[in-house]
Design a binder for this molecule. Structure first.
Ligand SMILES: [Zn+2]
Ligand SMILES: [Zn+2]
Length: 308
């Protein structure tokens, strides 16, 4: 037990040291300044080449989303996730050892060139996340957490990181086993994270930069806006792609019927959804939320024509 307690407390201090180091020492391998730089870059582009020209530069919920960005990228790890997940991993490894399993590695890719390992990680992780995202829409309990992300009513780059911390837990947990089965020889997935963050900012931005045929490969604002449409074509949504749009085209969940520049965003009765950060954090755990959900679910089920 003491071992777990030590991991718990060390995780906090390690993460605090890491975060303060990041903030005090700008360099090319620094997440904090990359996030800041990418955000400023897309904000500037939105001002120069806006898709919705009448949208304010500081749009509705801009600062709320800015806070979410910082919270989800840094603070949540600092206040808990890092500690909980380190314990989870340790307990999981202890559990495996009961059965004589030393580690989960089933595919060894250490000998591959670094670029091939990074590419494999990027594509595989994105595919897992596409599946997790579908689950978030499919199951009512998970949808209650995912609603935070869909409560965006005016779209811009910063909406990318508006999501409930419960989502981080779901994504990381479901990613862990498949990724642990691959013996990557690289420790630093920095490039993959930064690339995925850049595409995520782009998907949510108020920009119109046509990708040509690459739109069938990469997610983009003209596609992702339909994922946020108030009136979903399907009860469980469409365009689940995170970085790649490829999966939606391959598995028939792509939906871009027309120019979605001015469509209404959110979900039914989004107007009554809590507006503040704290209320949004507590929302999924409220009993009333469940009843409200069920009422809406049955209403939606009656109204929506299935395109399955
Ligand atoms: Zn979604
Ligand atoms: Zn989104």
């Amino acid at each position: 037990m003491e071992k777990y307690w030590n991991i718990f407390t060390n995780s906090f201090s390690d993460y605090w040291n890491y975060l303060s180091q990041e903030m005090l020492h700008p360099n090319w391998g620094n997440y904090f300044y990359w996030l800041l730089g990418l955000s400023l870059f897309f904000w500037l582009l939105e001002m120069l080449l806006p898709w919705r020209k009448d949208q304010d530069r500081i749009r509705q919920d801009f600062w709320l989303d800015g806070f979410y960005m910082f919270f989800n990228f840094f603070l949540f790890s600092l206040v808990g996730f890092n500690a909980i997940s380190n314990i989870g991993v340790e307990a999981f490894n202890d559990f495996l050892q009961l059965f004589g399993v030393q580690n989960l590695v089933a595919f060894e890719v250490q000998q591959w060139p670094v670029w091939a390992q990074l590419l494999t990680l990027f594509v595989l992780r994105d595919f897992i996340q596409w599946n997790v995202h579908r689950l978030l829409h499919r199951f009512e309990f998970l949808w209650r957490f995912h609603k935070v992300h869909h409560s965006v009513q005016q779209m811009g780059f910063a909406a990318h990181l508006r999501f409930h911390w419960g989502e981080t837990v779901v994504y990381r947990t479901l990613e862990y086993i498949p990724l642990a089965m691959i013996g990557f020889g690289i420790q630093d997935f920095f490039l993959v994270h930064i690339f995925a963050t850049a595409i995520g900012h782009f998907n949510h931005s108020n920009l119109h930069l046509p990708l040509g045929p690459f739109r069938f490969l990469f997610n983009n604002p003209q596609m992702h806006i339909w994922h946020h449409a108030k009136d979903m074509p399907h009860r469980y949504g469409a365009n689940y792609g995170i970085s790649l749009s490829l999966w939606d085209y391959l598995f028939g969940t792509a939906y871009v019927p027309e120019d979605g520049r001015d469509i209404e965003l959110g979900f039914k009765e989004v107007e009554t959804y809590p507006k503040s950060f704290l209320d949004q954090q507590f929302y999924p755990f409220k009993k009333g939320a469940n009843k409200h959900e069920q009422r809406l679910e049955s209403k939606l089920a009656k109204e929506t024509i299935s395109i399955d």
